[in-house]
Design a protein around this ligand. Structure first.
Ligand code: CAA
Length: 396
């Protein structure tokens, strides 16, 4: 299946392929994911069966060409998928997002042919699971200050990697990882390099799984590297390219998180409209009260504004395939607004539901918990504002 946005287009239109994909993912997500979301949220187990099924459907490498095991579609197809999956369960969409726009995108954009064959094909096809590892215990928002190290051995054949990476999405189950670590610490961010890591090799140690507030079925852990020997040919890009690769890849990732946030907000909004129509108070449906109507109007308006900012970022990313221009500004604006909207909408959804919004009997409290991470990971809202302002002021 191929769906392409015209890179010079001013507005997005959904092709028949996009609509077919959206319909297929919506049906799958509502039939197979939504019914298990609460159970997996409570257990915190990784939903391997449904992730494997999504792999078979081409959803783990949506923008990867078919020749490398992917679905050969475009960013709009990825966004539509993320929204539908997130509507059913944010945890699943986190796994889909990291696999697609952080792991696969990094190798597709910066990998050699040999690296694509070895590291991209098995993950884009859904056979294996990919992760992206930038954050460390003492290096989160300030991503250029990492403590982990990769040192070239005397023979010049391997980099020996030591250090501790934290908050690795899919860390407990990942087969392959894009890792960022320091090769020349004195050069600060210019001394960061990127490596392709095989989790089966000695020295790759999975740390403790994080107990989290939300997206509980998306497993997150530390990964410790103890004298992990990475062949020199598994460096992604050149020595010192790592920071720019990490940032460029996060531009793509942030469109995915914006779409996830939109999906969560849409689910919370739909539940709220239904509840406002049905719930009776003072002899009428609560939707007849102006204070509830104001909430519904503001929720809907912010949701649609989020969608437009996401589509704007999709267009900028498609254009960049032709021009090579960055789409940092558009991706950060979409991520900032959509994640803040998800927080606002899910909070209002709990309010509209009253006591039932606070109960685990309805999914609204899960939407509220799941939305919270979208303002934090892949760059906090504060970092997005910093990125946007720096771009506008010409500071970077
Ligand atoms: N694309 C390409 N290059 C970029 C870039 C981008 N988007 N952003 C910055 N760069 C380049 C700059 O041009 C600059 O290049 P020169 O050295 O040639 O001048 C270089 O990178 C350094 O840029 P800055 O000076 O702006 O770097 P900084 O240290 O001030 O940091 C930052 C900038 C925006 C704050 C960045 O550190 C950042 O985004 N931090 C947040 C990190 C983040 O999002 N972490 C989440 C990790 S993933 C995750 O959440 C877990 C998961 O599994 C989902």
């Amino acid at each position: 299946m191929v769906a392409l946005v015209e890179p010079t287009a001013l507005t997005l239109s959904l092709t028949d392929e996009h609509l077919a994909l959206q319909d297929m993912v919506r049906k799958f997500a509502q039939k197979e994911i939504a019914p298990i979301a609460t159970e997996f949220d409570e257990s915190g187990d990784f939903p391997l069966d449904t992730i494997r099924k999504m792999g078979a459907m081409g959803l783990m490498g949506i923008e990867v060409p078919e020749s490398y095991g992917g679905a050969g579609m475009d960013t709009l197809a990825y966004v539509l998928t993320m929204i539908e999956v997130a509507k059913a369960d944010a945890s699943h969409s986190t796994i889909v997002s990291v696999n697609n726009s952080l792991y696969c995108h990094a190798i597709l954009k910066f990998g050699t042919e040999a690296q694509k064959q070895q590291f991209l094909v098995p993950v884009a096809s859904g056979e294996k699971i990919g992760a992206y590892s930038l954050t460390e215990p003492m290096s989160g928002s300030d991503a250029g200050t990492m403590q982990s190290r990769a040192v070239l051995n005397d023979a010049g054949t391997h980099y020996i990697i030591n250090g501790r990476k934290s908050w690795v999405t899919s860390g407990p189950v990942a087969d392959l990882v894009v890792l960022f670590t320091m090769t020349e610490p004195e050069k600060k961010h210019k001394g960061v390099s990127a490596f392709l890591i095989d989790a089966r090799q000695p020295g790759f140690i999975r740390g403790k799984k994080e107990p989290k507030l939300g997206i509980r079925a998306s497993a997150t852990s530390e990964i410790v590297y103890e004298n992990y020997a990475c062949p020199v040919e598994n460096m992604l890009g050149k020595p010192g390219d790592g920071f720019k690769i990490a940032m460029a890849v996060l531009d793509a990732g942030r469109i995915g998180i914006a779409s996830q946030a939109l999906g969560i907000a849409e689910a919370a909004y739909a539940a709220s409209v239904q509840y406002a129509r049905e719930r009776q108070a003072f002899g009428e449906a609560i939707g007849s009260f102006q204070m509830i109507q104001q909430k519904i109007a503001d929720m809907k308006t912010r949701i649609e504004a989020s969608r437009q900012l996401i589509y704007n970022a999709v267009l900028a990313k498609e254009r960049s395939k032709v021009t090579g221009d960055r789409y940092t500004l558009e991706a950060s604006m979409a991520k900032l607004f959509a994640s803040e909207t998800a927080a606002y909408v899910t909070d209002e959804a709990v309010q509209i539901h009253g006591g039932m919004g606070y109960s685990k009997e309805l999914p609204v409290e899960r939407y509220y918990r799941d939305a919270r991470i979208t303002r934090i990971y892949e760059g906090t809202s504060e970092i997005q504002r910093m990125v946007i302002a720096r771009q506008e002021l010409g500071l970077r």
